[in-house]
Design a protein around this ligand. Structure first.
Ligand code: CP
Length: 339
């Protein structure tokens, strides 16, 4: 695909070589993301950061990524802060906002809504999560993190991995996008651990099998974790259920904690979660007692979001080769806080 000027709506739009290219560009963003250098390559550009669902990581990291490239961010959060609450259509909203911005990131509770918005937009649109459908930039940062974690362990490559996905695989858009992304790789073993009612959509399981991967579905956590390279936990997506009572049937069903990890996982199993984790005592799908485990990658995963999102902006706005020529050292004291 041509990156410059393109929308990013689904992870399925990428070929494997393009994923590798995004990761190469993300690596080049490290001095800027880690506050060693400043670049002003996007000086004068404006990001429209439109979030119609709650977000901490995606909204702030897209905004930071744009700022770190020298651009400015205008954002809105929630329907009530926009004229969508007065009945304005996505079409009109897109036509208007794309006159104010050079690129737009949008999150919306309805699957397909970001694609509908993008069809009317005059500038590139990045899907920041559309309902239970997709979260393509999360899949990119997840795979980027898997690659880095394995490199840190002296291992190489995604092909041949054994990955367990745990929790709400029906409504979790991050596991949908990550599964589609894994279809570009070879010989992966996937163990999908969920309640029967919250299984991965059949078309995604079919796509994984068509890609030659081995898929095992299970509703038990402990025994399924043996021989797993990556344990990817997810939250029950309570906001997607028809009623809270229905969601409560599954809250707390799976709880990955120190005892289970120690007993059932390999010593080097990487622990991931897209976050937010639900830390309420009655949920707690990823326990705080793993916080000191060196294989807990969740905060490195969140940090990597900035690198990957900087890479996407640099590619879409076609400035990759200009980033370093618009750079200088930082003026302020910076703690070394990135691993
Ligand atoms: N992972 C993720 O999408 O987090 P937020 O909902 O906080 O953006």
């Amino acid at each position: 695909m041509k990156f410059a000027g393109s929308h990013i709506l689904s992870i399925s739009q990428f070929e494997r070589a393009e994923i590798e290219h995004i990761f190469e560009v993300a690596d080049r963003m490290a001095p800027y993301a880690h506050r060693q250098r400043i670049t002003r390559v996007l000086d004068g550009a404006i990001l429209g950061n439109m979030f119609f669902e709650p977000s901490t990581r995606t909204r702030i990291s897209f905004g930071c990524a744009f700022n770190l490239l020298g651009g400015e961010v205008r954002e809105t959060t929630g329907f009530e802060a926009t004229s969508l609450a007065k009945g304005e259509s996505l079409y009109d909203t897109a036509r208007v906002l794309s006159g104010y911005s050079d690129v737009i990131v949008m999150r919306h509770p309805a699957g397909g809504s970001v694609a509908e918005f993008a069809a009317a937009s005059r500038v590139p649109v990045i899907n920041g999560g559309d309902g239970a459908n997709e979260h393509p930039s999360q899949a990119l940062l997840d795979l980027y993190t898997i690659r880095k974690e394995l490199q840190h362990q002296g291992r190489d490559g995604i092909d041949g991995l054994h990955i367990a996905m745990i929790g709400d695989l029906r409504y979790g858009r991050t596991v949908h996008s990550l599964s589609k992304l894994l279809c570009l790789f070879s010989n992966i073993q996937l163990t999908l651990i969920s309640p029967q009612e919250l299984r991965m959509p059949a078309e995604i399981v079919d796509a994984l099998r068509s890609a030659g991967h081995t898929v095992v579905e299970s509703d038990t956590l402990e025994q399924s974790l043996a021989h797993v390279d990556i344990a990817y936990a997810t939250r029950i997506q309570e906001e997607r259920f028809a009623t809270l009572d229905e969601a409560l049937l599954y809250r707390g069903r799976y709880r990955l904690n120190k005892k289970i990890y120690t007993q059932f996982c390999q010593p080097n199993t990487v622990i991931m979660h897209p976050l937010p984790r639900d830390s309420r005592a009655e949920a707690n799908e990823l326990d705080n007692d793993l916080n000191d485990n060196p294989n807990l990658a969740i905060f490195r995963q969140a940090d990597n979001g900035v690198l990957v999102r900087m890479a996407l902006f640099a590619l879409i706005l076609d400035v990759v080769e200009q980033v370093d020529s618009h750079a200088r050292d930082v003026n302020w004291y910076t703690e070394r806080r990135f691993e």
